[in-house]
Ligand binder design. Structure first.
Ligand SMILES: CC(C)(COP(=O)(O)OP(=O)(O)OC[C@H]1O[C@@H](n2cnc3c(N)ncnc32)[C@H](O)[C@@H]1OP(=O)(O)O)[C@@H](O)C(=O)NCCC(=O)NCCS
Length: 244
């Protein structure tokens, strides 16, 4: 695709995705995240032509002007949008699909342990909230969303939302996912949680198998989730009414 067609496509996609964008001229002049992607296309060409030092120098010039540090070896798909730009870091072996949106402060980085492919693969239409860290040779599946401030250390299936440090799935295929089993919590505190829950179970057994508090917690969480869904439907209904 010719260079100017690609630029037009990028600008149109920002107009679609950012409600703050008012005109194509504004996008051309005021979106350093786009400039960073355009710089990257040139530095990536230099990288592939084995002009490695020139490619690295150009990517550092881009970083100076945009605050976005993209290694020239990274593979970026079409209509990639980095909103607010500053502080984004994308590593050498990262692969980003089409129509991906990321916000300021996102890192697609390595864990510091591996060689070879050591950065994430982000599939089509993924959304990554500000200051999220996606680390290691993991895959974020299509249409998935990563919450602001999350640290993602393992694969995320398609159509999922993950949040937290380390990140856990909270939505999958539109359905809320509730963690009620401490074995599903994968962080440095899991062992303590599992031991605590085993101890509670043991005490409950001693008291005659009373499991009410845990059941009550699960029911409350499900009730809150249903309430939130109902509110969402109401808000949609009201906005439809405003549109008439
Ligand atoms: C992850 C995200 C996409 C989820 O949005 P959503 O589908 O509307 O999810 P909800 O608001 O229903 O949240 C579901 C649960 O996850 C929690 N949660 C949501 N985002 C979270 C986050 N970033 N970190 C930790 N927990 C989060 C909520 O508190 C809620 O928990 P609860 O059910 O125990 O109360 C959104 O919260 C987010 O982080 N968006 C990024 C926005 C951003 O980067 N903006 C930058 C503007 S400059």
């Amino acid at each position: 695709m010719p260079l100017f067609e690609r630029i037009r496509e990028d600008i149109d996609s920002v107009l679609d995705r950012d409600p703050a964008a008012r005109s194509k001229l504004e996008i051309l002049l005021c979106y350093p995240g786009l400039w960073a992607v355009w710089f990257h296309r040139v530095s990536h060409m230099l990288w592939r032509a084995r002009l490695r030092l020139a490619a690295r120098c150009l990517s550092q010039i881009a970083r100076f002007f945009t605050g976005v540090d993209i290694h020239p070896g990274a593979l970026l798909g079409r209509r990639f949008f980095i909103d607010h730009a500053t502080g984004v870091v994308i590593g050498e072996t990262a692969i980003v699909g089409s129509d991906v949106t990321i916000y300021q402060g996102v890192t697609l980085g390595g864990t510091g342990k591996g060689h070879g492919k050591r950065h994430p693969t982000v599939c089509d239409r993924v959304f990554i909230g500000n200051n999220a860290n996606v680390l290691g040779d993991i895959t974020i599946g299509e249409n998935s969303r990563v919450g602001a401030g999350s640290v993602v250390l393992s694969d995320v299936p398609p159509n999922s939302t993950v949040v937290g440090v380390p990140a856990h799935i909270i939505y999958r295929n539109g359905q809320r996912v509730l963690i009620t089993d401490p074995h599903d919590v994968k962080d440095p505190l899991s062992d303590a949680l599992i031991a605590l829950s085993a101890r509670v179970e043991e005490l409950e057994e001693r008291l005659g198998g009373e499991r009410k508090p845990v059941d009550k917690f699960t029911a409350e969480a499900a009730e809150r989730s249903a309430y939130r869904e109902e509110l969402g439907r109401l808000a949609e209904f009201v906005s439809m009414g405003e549109g008439i």
